[in-house]
Design a protein around this ligand. Sequence first.
Ligand code: ADP
Ligand code: MG
Length: 325
Amino acid sequence: RKRSESKSSQPGLLTEIQTPIRTDGLDSHYHITSDELGRGKFAVVKKCVEKSTGKEYAAKFLKKRRRGRDCRVEIVHEVAVLESARWNSRVVNLHEVFETEHEIVLVLEYAAGGEIFDHCASEEALTERQITRLLRQTLEGVHLLHQNNLVHLDLKPQNILLTSLSPLGDIKIVDFGLSRRLGAGSELREITGTPEYVAPEILNYEPITTATDMWSVGVIAYMLVTGESPFAGNDKQETYLNVSQVNVEYCKEAFAGVSELAVDFIRKLLVKSAEDRPSAADCLSHPWLWQGAWGSDSDPPLSQPPRERSAGKWGPPIPLGNPED
Ligand code: ADP
Ligand code: MG
């Protein structure tokens, strides 16, 4: 497949798509429900039902003009990234694309279980075993993206969805609006994302790499385990300062009952120097993620432990004990 980089002021954007952009009316093919699944600055996501099949989908309505600017290239890029990640089962599937006068509508696979955000700080918090399963799946998705030289740049608990709630399903990564393709020419530096979740290099306008996403994985892991956002301050300024100084606490209260391996995993990701962060592949061999992973709710093939369990950054393997613990 051909991939061309835009030569405009925005490096890392894909410009070629295969999906036909239909102009024959979304409404005639889908029943759009009043069920609003989510809303961002420039997008609304609504549940819809395909008339010919009765199947449910999520329609993401993206405004073509934002702040008086034509943003069609960015939307085409989002489509292109979803297409190139079609083989990645941890990324939401793109079903089809429609265009109206003011909007482009992405018809996406419906993730019925909602955001993993709702499981951070919830009353019925997830067990560590459920958390590690979701993190393994997230890392698999991120690893495959990174292998394809794609960085997400907006990984956060609101952009990791679940296929079902009970039983707890599989994760689907969504929202490739800020994603970029690395390499091929100019360095990538940008100030985007949500301060609470972005890496210090973004705030410092330093080069972006796959390690930038790995920071966000660390923040997500922290939030799933403690229910707290590690860098959130009282205002944006304070949050920025907390991130750039890596002002993070592993306090006893928040981590009560949390395994030492979990803290070790998070600590290794939340480091200022991007080169020192483990890659997604490194993370997938961290012993925390495989503690007691071989039970009834373990995953089929994608989530087999990496072959070289003892290799890499994590030191000697740790006995895993009884998987049913
Ligand atoms: P934005 O760029 O505005 O953040 P997202 O793609 O993140 O747009 O979608 C906004 C929200 O809509 C998500 O956080 C999620 O709650 C919901 N959502 C998005 N895609 C789906 C989907 N495929 N299935 C179910 N809910 C979705
Ligand atoms: Mg989003």
